[in-house]
Ligand binder design. Sequence first.
Ligand SMILES: Nc1ncnc2c1ncn2[C@@H]1O[C@H](COP(=O)(O)OP(=O)(O)OP(=O)(O)O)[C@@H](O)[C@H]1O
Length: 335
Amino acid sequence: MTEVDSAFIEVDGVEKVFDVRKKTGFMKRERRQVRAVDSISFRVERGEMVGYIGPNGAGKSTTIKMLTGILTPSAGRLRVAGIDPSRERTRLAHRIGVVFGQRTTLWWDLPLVDSYRLMHRMYRIPDARYRANLDRLVELLDLGDLLDVPVRQLSLGQRMRGDIVAALLHDPEVLYLDEPTIGLDVVSKSKVREFLREMNAERGTTVLLTTHDLQDIEQLCKRVMVIDHGRMMYDGPLAGLHEAGESERTLVVDFERELPPIDAPAPARVVRVDGPRQWLAFPAAESAAPLVARIAAEYPLVDLSVREPDIEAVIAKMLHSMGDTPKPPPERATA
Ligand SMILES: Nc1ncnc2c1ncn2[C@@H]1O[C@H](COP(=O)(O)OP(=O)(O)OP(=O)(O)O)[C@@H](O)[C@H]1O
């Protein structure tokens, strides 16, 4: 191994500026520069699963495209597994896997297995390894009955699992996931998450995950990075993000009968009442257990559920609470 002291992914002062030409009138064009990524730095260690989140247009996809070598940075230094992605894109391709939730890498008109056969050739995967990986992945992602079905006939959840198999057939060391659970039903979401957790634990695959679903991050990533207007605004644990934005979760409780708003222990408070159902907001960084125990002891409780805050709301609150000043975490960003 060459990368003894270095992290698996290294991003130092990376920028990406796009030149955009806009039509401003008949025969008139204006040139403008868009700074999609603005001097960001971070490191990801081998085997880490890191969430990479931010509002629309924040610069997430641009970062991922630079990490895969599709785009060349305008400034700064990038390394993945010691490789400069834009200079050695093909060499790097053998070590990375990419899943874009909104697009597919599968051949639409062909049976699923034909796409895998093509990947087998494209990546020159040794036969025995291909066979073993295919068997294992198909079993883990429960695709056995679907291998001969044309991709166009698969449901979104089946297609997504098919895409994940395609991205992993060549045993990549790092996986970039862009919205892997978008549009999936609850069962498919949990299948995908469970698989990713197992893959990370068993194989130590490094994962960079972009998502709008807070539960993806909660269930998969100890660390989250927030980007906004191309700048790194936060890099640390998810709980810290909740604290920075003072975000709240909601406890939804059903009582045996209609009650006036209950006397919730602060900082929890009733925010809505509808018949026997009441909604209580409480700090997202706190456990729901003491609140649930207290309500169960004092009121005629029938059922309850906890709703997570929306990822956009968490980010918006955090950005608002910080003004425009990035929260410098991590020694790891400047190390
Ligand atoms: N090829 C391009 N040419 C010009 N501008 C671009 C190009 N690609 C991205 N941009 C701009 O760069 C900024 C960052 O875009 P990017 O796609 O990286 O954001 P994102 O965080 O992935 O957003 P989303 O969550 O909506 O996918 C946006 O303002 C976008 O319009």
